[in-house]
Design a protein around this ligand. Structure first.
Ligand code: ADP
Ligand code: MG
Length: 424
């Protein structure tokens, strides 16, 4: 897989732009009006808290999804992905229907993600969002279904493309560092989330889309999901001789959808019992222990209490991690990663045997900390390592996984890359 996505104007990037234009030409004929890119992401810490109004710290990966687009006037949508370049999904935007109760809508298969974005944008408030249709083509080097958010890379690249084609990303709005640019990206996050939740029928709390659209090169995105506000925290590991390894377990996902909804519901129940808008903020001004006592007194059952304990302690770990990073002590974040994993496994119950084996093996081989990352139940783990130990850790997770009868995991070094942008 190429990891050359960050260097604007590099040969690798030109090659990738040419490739998506070729997929476009083969499916739709002619040239696209432009090419946009949006990254996958990995979350350093602050897991399973976005739907509880908590803070998380994702960063964008160099792996990205490229989307070539050309507007249409006739209300038709045609989409193609390089993974099946001869299968073009085609339909009328006016026929797209969202699903009910978290189920999928009227568009079947992967096309629900980009088509869902067009649908969601045409529902957006404000002038000019009436999308007249589009021809779209997709290529990607984001691993699919690995918990690195290939779905957000797809919806966010589509959203930015459509915003540009409808004239919403002109002038200062084209620049993500301006207030106009950030406001646009916040609106696009909403459309991408609606596409995933309502049209693709896939549960997502919003962190992935925030990361894909709002991350900055070399920075973590300290995202506050209670109000969508962000801070960009410098994340310079190399100068400390450190690296983050992302380990894809290649384990099949199990029962993810119902489990995710159940975690959300338990956190909503805890917030209701505590009478707070955001569970993750409930311990501000008091302590986690005090909030858990109140929750017990309000009649929470054991499961709700443990889910709440995960969210509340994870928020404390995020605060501690921010303080350490600001004090230029990134190596000391390691134990917080270990504690995060323990909490996700025992209290939130979203880990898997594969993730537990990988994280334990990484620690044993010298990682400073390791945890599952993303939604869990399979997918990827991350490990904070000294660069000198990188190869040993990568080898150890393979050996331990194979010894446990699990699939062979693959590791890549993750560096903090930039958010979605126009490439051509
Ligand atoms: P993750 O976001 O962790 O990779 P998801 O299950 O949320 O996993 O999203 C994966 C889905 O997103 C795929 O099954 C497919 O429907 C869609 N998808 C992602 N990338 C692409 C792509 N390059 N081409 C077509 N569909 C894609
Ligand atoms: Mg996803």
């Amino acid at each position: 897989r190429s990891s050359a996505g960050t260097g604007a104007g590099t040969g690798a990037e030109e090659g990738a732009v040419g490739e998506v234009a070729e997929v476009f030409a083969r499916a739709h004929g002619g040239d696209p009006a432009g090419v946009w890119a949006a990254p996958g992401r990995v979350n350093l810490i602050g897991e399973h808290v976005d739907y509880a109004g908590g803070r998380s710290m994702p960063f964008a990966l160099p792996q990205r999804t490229l989307l070539a687009a050309r507007p249409r006037e006739d209300g038709r949508v045609r989409v193609v992905s390089a993974w099946a370049p001869d299968e073009v999904w085609e339909g009328d935007l006016a026929d797209v229907r969202p699903g009910s109760d978290g189920g999928a809508g009227s568009v079947e298969g992967w096309a629900a993600y980009p088509v869902g974005v067009l649908w969601a944008l045409s529902q957006a408030d404000g002038p000019g969002w009436a999308v007249g249709g589009a021809d779209l083509a997709v290529t990607s080097d984001v691993p699919v279904g690995a918990g690195l958010s290939s779905s957000a890379a797809l919806t966010c690249s589509t959203a930015l493309a459509l915003a540009t084609l409808t004239g919403h990303a002109d002038g200062p709005a084209a620049d993500p560092t301006t207030p106009e640019g950030d406001a646009l990206r916040r609106l696009l996050v909403g459309a991408a989330v609606r596409a995933e939740n309502e049209v693709a029928g896939s549960a997502t709390g919003g962190m992935d889309q925030q990361a894909s659209l709002r991350c900055r090169d070399g920075h973590l995105l300290l995202l506050d999901s209670s109000d969508g506000s962000v801070e960009h925290v410098p994340f310079a590991l190399a100068e400390h001789g450190l690296a983050v390894l992302v380990v894809d377990t290649h384990a099949p996902h199990r029962l993810v959808d119902g489990q995710y909804a159940a975690r959300r519901a338990a956190c909503a129940e805890a917030a209701r019992l505590l009478d707070v808008p955001h569970l993750a903020r409930a311990a501000e001004g008091s302590s986690v222990g005090e909030v858990l006592d109140r929750l017990a007194a309000a009649g929470a059952d054991d499961v709700v209490a443990r889910r709440a304990r995960h969210v509340l302690t994870e928020q404390q770990r995020v605060a501690d991690a921010v303080a350490l990073l600001r004090a230029d002590r990134p190596a000391d974040v390691g134990p917080l990663l270990d504690a995060s994993h323990a909490s996700l496994a025992a209290d939130h119950e979203v880990s898997s045997p594969e993730l537990d084996v990988v994280t334990a093996a990484a620690r044993e081989a010298g990682a400073l900390g390791a945890r599952m990352t993303g939604g869990g139940f399979g997918g990827s783990a991350l490990a904070l390592v000294r660069t000198a130990d990188e190869e040993a850790v990568a080898a150890a997770v393979v050996a331990a996984s194979l010894a446990a009868g699990h699939p062979r995991p693959t590791s890549v070094r993750a560096v903090a890359a930039g958010g979605a942008e126009r490439l051509a």
